[in-house]
Each structure stands twice: as C-alpha cells, then as structure tokens.
Design a binder for this molecule. Structure first.
Ligand code: ZN
Length: 160
C-alpha cells in the first residue's frame, strides 16, 4: 500500500520540478526579448535623431554590453533547453517503467543513521535500509497515475 503512494508523490514532485525548469527557461527568453526591445530605442535614435528619441536611448547600455548580455542569456537558454530535454526523457522513462528513483535514498536503498551512544562520545553512523523504498532504491507508481501522466509525456517528448 505505501509503496505506490510514495511513488505517485515522487512523480508529482518530479513534474513540479520540470515545470519550474521550463519557467526558468521562459524567463531567460523574456530577458532576451527585453534587451532586444531596449536596443530598438538606440536604433531609433540613429534612424531619427530627435531629442525625444535620443532621450529614450540615453539610458540604454552600449550595444557591446547588450550584445554580450544576450550572448550569455543565449548560452544559458541552450543549457536549459538541453537540461529540459534530459528531464523530459527521464520522465518518459519513468512513465514507461512505472518506477521512479527513490528521493529519500537517491537509489542507494540505504539511509545513514546517527546513533548517540553517550554524551561526549562520537555518534556512530550506521546504514539502515531505506524506509521508503524498503531498500530497493526505487518506488513504484500506481497504474492510475501512470496512465494520467502518460498523456502528458506523450506531448512533452515532442520538445526533445
Ligand atoms: Zn529509498
């Protein structure tokens, strides 16, 4: 009973992490478009050098600076895109197999436990079987949740 529920929760958390990753990616693109829009003021000041246009361009950093910011953001966007593709492929694999890496022991099947023997004496670290996955290192996802999530990953893999 407890196994499928924990696996379902782990899957939902993984979906939340993927959504956050995609949010970060979109923020990077927003930053790029903001810089493009700002640089338009500078172009306008060159095309039509009215005092109003010059004033609007006044606070825009030099094109060299904007260009290098855009380059940094573009590199970040590419890294984020690769990382999202990896996460989506992992998600598709999770759905295909109906098992997910145990978040408690990170697949090790064991968790460290500190036992204090006596005050002032170094506590003993021992390894216990992971209570969540019972030492297996993974959690099983229920059929219902697998079916629901399958429809999501079916679409998501089109990004990769
Ligand atoms: Zn575990």
């Amino acid at each position: 009973m407890s196994d499928p529920v924990k696996g379902d929760v782990a899957l939902v958390n993984a979906l939340g992490e993927l959504a956050a990753e995609i949010d970060n990616y979109s923020r990077t693109f927003t930053s790029i478009s903001e810089r493009l829009k700002k640089s338009i003021f500078r172009f306008n000041a060159v095309i039509e050098p009215t005092s109003e246009n010059k004033l609007k361009a006044y606070n825009i950093p030099p094109m060299e600076v904007v260009g290098s910011e855009i380059e940094d953001l573009a590199v970040r966007a590419k890294d984020q895109s690769n990382s999202i593709a990896t996460s989506i492929n992992m998600m598709a694999n999770i759905i295909r197999t109906s098992i997910i890496k145990c978040p408690t022991c990170k697949e090790k099947g064991q968790v460290a436990r500190q036992s204090v023997i006596r005050e002032g004496i170094q506590p003993i670290i021992s390894m216990d079987r992971c209570p969540d996955c019972k030492g297996k290192g993974y959690l099983v996802i229920s059929e219902d949740i697998t079916r629901l999530a399958a429809r999501l990953t079916e679409g998501l893999v089109k990004i990769t």
